[in-house]
Design a protein around this ligand. Structure first.
Ligand code: ADP
Ligand code: TRP
Length: 316
């Protein structure tokens, strides 16, 4: 089987949660041995909501350390930040010029942001085209993401086709990889787990934080099985085994929550410890990021050279 190229991005906009891990990060990490994997920190995307230089810096470093603690291996994979490869914003502009406004107005993320009264900057509107550039520069085959990003990958595919039809074959059409069981990891209130809903279980939570998040899970139940507790627990144990336990302990919410706390602690504690190790060498981590940026830049600039030829601006 030939090697595939996988790429995904995460915004440096706060602490990752177990939804990010099971929905996206785990998929990327597990592919490192067999495929070419790009881990991208999309700082320019985060600028659509984050305008504080100190927090931006802290968050970029935090995401980098998170990835290293999860097992990103810089000898095998490339980790980089978007702002180190200026070809991303350059290509996004070219995509701006071939995309009808009305097409982007149909974006679910844009409509959500508008309907929720968010600060509607132009960056939020053409966010999907920067994301298309992120993907298409690297001839990516597969983009592991959670369900909420499905439409963005469709936009990347449509944009590649539009460019190819207009200027000649240039871009590969990427496919999303969405794992059905973890497409939408629910949060403590039963809605999608999300930083913006304040319903998360942080991926590197301390024990007390795990405890208070689990205790806050809303216990709507059917037949004594607390559904939201079960849905999160399912990430950590085989479903059949879990069903038996929940049936035996039907109605005993406190005991079931305690078991979930125990299982989460078993899963998180080693990750937390590894993270603390990596935190001791921030300079080493930054050197890895810097080197990753150079490797990504080499690939992206070759693709941009081709794009400039195709659109006819290469007059020298
Ligand atoms: P958030 O909604 O918390 O801000 P991001 O938008 O930063 O999360 O998402 C980063 C990645 O994690 C994306 O690929 C996204 O699809 C995935 N993801 C986020 N939340 C979940 C979830 N609850 N279940 C599955 N995947 C998720
Ligand atoms: N929009 C994605 C999110 O919010 C992040 C992202 C930016 C991304 N560029 C990407 C994901 C390219 C996959 C591929 O989660």
């Amino acid at each position: 089987m030939s090697k595939k190229v996988l790429l995904s991005g995460i915004q440096p906009s706060g602490k990752p949660h177990i939804g990010n891990y099971f929905g996206m990060m785990k998929q990327l990490i597990s592919q490192q041995n067999d495929n070419d994997v790009y881990f991208m920190i999309v700082d320019y995307h985060a600028m659509t909501s984050l305008k504080n230089s100190k927090i931006m810096k802290e968050n970029i470093i935090a995401v980098l350390i998170d990835y290293l603690a999860l097992g990103l291996d810089p000898k095998k994979s490339i980790v980089f930040k978007q702002s180190d490869v200026s070809e991303h914003t350059e290509l996004a502009w070219i995509f701006d010029t071939i995309t009808p406004m009305a097409y982007l107005e149909r974006s679910v993320a844009y409509k959500d942001a508008r309907d929720n009264g968010k600060d509607m900057n132009v960056g939020l509107f053409n966010y999907p085209l920067l994301m298309a550039a992120d993907i298409l520069l690297y001839d990516v085959d597969i983009v592991p993401v959670g369900q909420d990003q499905k439409q963005h990958i469709e936009i990347a595919r449509d944009t590649a086709e539009k460019f190819n039809n207009t200027f000649g074959q240039t871009f590969k059409l990427p496919k999303e990889m969405i794992m059905e069981e973890v497409a939408v990891v629910p949060g403590t209130d039963g809605r999608k787990m999300s930083k913006s809903y304040g319903n998360t279980i942080p991926l590197f939570a301390e024990y007390e934080e795990i405890k208070s998040s689990v205790m806050s899970i809303v216990t709507d139940s059917s037949g004594g099985i607390p559904e939201n507790v079960f849905a999160i627990h399912k990430l950590l144990r085989p479903e059949e085994e879990l069903k038996k336990i929940y049936e035996e302990k039907a109605g005993k919410y406190k005991e079931l929550k305690e078991l979930l706390i125990e299982d989460l602690e078993k899963f998180i504690a080693p990750l937390r410890e590894k993270r603390k190790e990596y935190e001791k060498d921030i300079d080493g981590a930054l050197a890895i990021l810097n080197a990753g940026g150079e490797r990504a830049k080499a690939v992206a600039s070759a693709k941009m050279k081709e794009v400039r030829e195709k659109i006819g601006v290469d007059v020298y």
